[in-house]
Design a protein around this ligand. Structure first.
Ligand SMILES: [Zn+2]
Length: 494
């Protein structure tokens, strides 16, 4: 039997916006070789993630045509920029909507989103994207979105769209899988085999991202509970948004979404179960990870080395610029040895070193890091010797030896080291270090913890509550009343 051909529009618009950063995310940040993308370039842009999963499964179905509608890719700034300007948002969304209109009609639309996009003057961008998509394609066309668990969402998105599939794990291991699901369920819905009936519940819990590691209880148990519901009830899908507290937006906080095949009471039961479980365990959820002040963290690292519990990973989770010098300063003050610090960002230092054609063996005496804002701290004067100069991610990295067997890696931008393998090559051997100090919140656990690499893991942040802090009540929120959330207020729930 030949089936009616299906046309699906594919669009992408994603960012995780740290609204407390001073540099807005602009039109220029989204515009670079390769972005915006359309057609096959858009469909092929991220084969291991949501897009790759979606395209793979959609193309396993006969008679399905995918149309990549011109869309911006991630901004060049990565996650290191603030509010998206209204100009950037309207320009790109305007093009996306015009493209949908011109290239239609479609049977379905796939929106590859993140959920923590924050736009000046637009309270709920993902819901707005869905609403404006709906206006063009009409009520009969199915719309599905994929999301990151750091999305800040409420019931608005699924009021406009039909389905959403959100990554369950942090680190985000299952983005390809959620893309696959989105494709399969969209095609089933178009063919009349799935009638999305959904429920969204906001849970008044706000948590810093560093606590949300799903490799240990109770966050692991929260994921497991969602997986159990999906296993025991065919056609049930559960999304748990942990939320992203560094975006000052009204729909911040935890959110549960449940999808069923035309069973509203079942969707309600499952959503209420997950929400009630999270609420019961709220205290444990907020106590899952200990974060030490820098001085204590470095002291504990030194003690762990003394006990032979190495390698030690010392993660400054809160540095959002990459320039923070707090750990370097304390490593020098407490005279640690055999420490690798990877990395401190300092574009000015990198440019100066490149200009004088720096080479291994050159003496080094410069102030590094700091300066960009108060969260980065003061620059630290470092004297030592250049160990190596290398090209990483298309950019110059300079490694500087100092003290007793210590090495500092200087990079141009914030670099989140997630895997030890990222640290191969810059003219040293990872095995020579007892302590590895990195800038990462949870992503590093993929390569340093889940892999069994590190014997000691210590998370640290500076004393004042800067913008990546776990002390959210130290942040200048304008659109969020923290008193409406546990642990800052005493909200009634359910
Ligand atoms: Zn995320």
């Amino acid at each position: 039997m030949t089936r009616k051909p299906i046309r699906i529009a594919v669009l992408h618009f994603a960012h995780e916006t740290v609204t407390f950063l001073k540099n807005d995310t602009t039109l220029e940040d989204f515009t670079y070789p390769g972005s915006p993308a359309m057609g096959e370039a858009l469909l092929a842009y991220d084969p291991k993630s949501y897009m790759g999963g979606f395209v793979k499964v959609a193309r396993e179905h006969e008679g399905v045509e995918l149309v990549g509608v011109e869309s911006p890719l991630w901004p060049r700034t990565g996650t290191g920029s603030g509010w998206i300007t209204t100009e950037a948002y309207e320009t790109f969304l305007g093009k996306m909507i015009a493209g949908l209109d011109e290239e239609g009609p479609f049977d379905g639309v796939y929106l590859s989103l993140h959920g923590a996009m924050a736009v000046r003057g637009v309270a709920r961008p993902e819901a707005d994207i869905a609403r404006r998509t709906r206006e063009v394609v009409g009520r009969k066309v199915f719309i599905v979105g994929t999301f990151d668990p750091h999305g800040n969402e409420d019931e608005e998105f699924l009021r406009e769209a039909d389905m959403a599939f959100t990554v369950k794990y942090f680190p985000h291991y299952d983005s390809h899988l959620q893309g696959e699901r989105a494709a399969r369920m969209l095609i089933r819905a178009i063919r009349g085999d799935y009638r999305p009936s959904t429920v969204t519940v906001k849970v008044p819990i706000i948590s810093p991202t560093v606590l949300q590691w799903t490799g240990a209880s109770p966050w692991m148990d929260l994921v497991q509970r969602a997986l159990v519901w999906e296993a025991r009830e065919p056609d049930v899908y559960v999304n748990v948004f942990f939320g992203f507290p560094f975006a000052d937006v009204p729909d911040v906080g935890m959110t549960i979404q449940v999808m069923t095949n035309g069973k509203p009471p079942l969707a309600r039961t499952v959503a209420d179960d997950l929400a009630a479980w999270a609420w019961r365990r709220r205290e444990a959820l907020l106590q899952s990870t200990t974060v030490y002040p820098i001085v204590e963290g470095v002291r504990r690292a030194k003690e762990a080395v003394g006990r032979g519990e190495t390698p030690v990973v010392l993660a400054d989770h809160s540095d959002r610029s990459g320039y923070a010098t707090w750990v370097l300063k304390e490593v020098i003050a407490q005279d640690l040895s055999d420490v690798l610090i990877a990395t401190i960002a300092d574009a000015r230092a990198i440019d100066a070193l490149a200009a004088k054609d720096v080479r291994a063996g050159d003496p080094f005496d410069m102030e590094v890091g700091g300066r960009v804002d108060e969260s980065a701290g003061p620059p630290v004067r470092l004297t030592g010797k250049v160990v190596g100069v290398t090209n990483a991610f298309g950019m110059l990295w300079v490694s500087v030896g100092f003290g007793r067997g210590n090495v500092l890696l200087l990079s141009r931008y914030l670099t989140q080291i997630m895997e030890p393998s990222q640290l191969k090559g810059p003219d040293f051997d990872l095995a020579q270090f007892k302590v590895i100090a990195i800038k990462s919140r949870v992503h590093f656990r993929r390569g340093f913890d889940d892999s069994g690499f590190a014997r000691t893991i210590l998370l640290v942040e500076p004393d004042p509550p800067y913008l990546g802090t776990v002390r959210l009540d130290g942040l200048p929120y304008e659109h969020v009343d923290l008193k409406r959330f546990y642990p800052y207020g005493a909200p009634q729930f359910p």
